[in-house]
Design a protein around this ligand. Structure first.
Ligand code: ZN
Length: 266
């Protein structure tokens, strides 16, 4: 298990050559691995199970984590009722957990983590599988912009844009199709994070595009899960109103023709 932090004399520290520490989760000894190839990390001395949910760190994880303050990174979250504990990638001062998911993950495990952390969002590495971005860029034309709500879209068939395993998530899922690589101007669609919100609005999935900067600000300052629920409620109302208005306009448009026809009769 590779980690960015271990405890050295009771202090959370990043690896340095020759440093020895203990795991913040299982308290076993860890060695600083500071080789020329892999990103510097801490590793357990002996193979141990430690946190079964922990994913070995990649450059992608490390880059994302580094956008947040050190004191929010690799935080042990404990369920006070059951004593179950896991290491969250990021847990903000507001208690929002951000999990960066690179590897394949079963829908049952997605669900377990959402139940455990409750107030969380996912950031999914959309560059690991070759087909994820082509699917999204092809499905992009199916995103219907919501008038007056910039950056938000409705999507009738979310499977046309996003990987199946994430469609039933109960929290916002942000897809990162760019990763840590630069993209050229032709690939504008690739740069924002694309958020698939939980729940459906009038049978449609709600999708939003946000810049990395916006996401980091939002995650750092807001309790995001509540925000998602508010957005969904507000948008449902807005869309219902827009539909009612459109229907009313059609009726109004039809009426004068009817009157005109009648007046010709005289
Ligand atoms: Zn450990």
């Amino acid at each position: 298990m590779k980690m960015k932090f271990a405890l050295v004399n009771g202090q959370k520290m990043e690896p340095q050559p020759g440093l020895k520490g203990t795991c913040t989760y299982c308290q076993r000894n860890m060695t600083a691995k500071c080789g020329p190839v892999r990103i510097w990390h801490w590793a357990h001395k002996s193979k141990c199970s430690c946190d079964p949910w922990w994913e070995n760190e990649t450059d992608w994880h490390r880059t994302w984590k580094n956008h947040f303050p050190t004191e929010w990174q690799e935080i042990i979250h404990i369920d006070s009722a059951t004593g179950e504990k896991h290491i969250a990638d990021i847990k903000t001062a507001n208690g929002l957990v951000v999990e960066f998911q690179h590897s394949a993950i079963q829908p049952t495990e997605i669900q377990s983590r959402e139940v455990f952390y409750k107030n969380m969002v996912w950031v999914v590495d959309g560059t690991r599988l070759k087909k994820d971005y082509p699917r999204f860029s092809k499905g992009f034309s199916c995103l219907r912009p919501i008038p007056t709500v910039q950056g938000f879209f409705l999507l009738a068939f979310p499977e046309e844009c996003f990987p199946k395993s994430w469609l039933k998530s109960s929290v916002p899922v942000y897809f990162d199709f760019q990763g840590i690589y630069p993209v050229d101007q032709q690939e504008r669609i690739r740069s924002p994070l694309w958020c698939l919100f939980p729940g459906r609005v009038e049978g449609h999935a709600l999708v939003a595009g946000v810049s990395r900067k916006q996401f980091i600000e939002l995650a750092s300052t807001d309790s995001h899960l509540l925000l998602a629920r508010d957005i969904l409620n507000n948008l449902s109302q807005l869309i219902r109103l827009q539909r009612q208005n459109a229907a009313a306009q059609q009726t109004r448009a039809a009426y004068p023709r009817y009157v005109r026809r009648r007046s010709h009769g005289f």
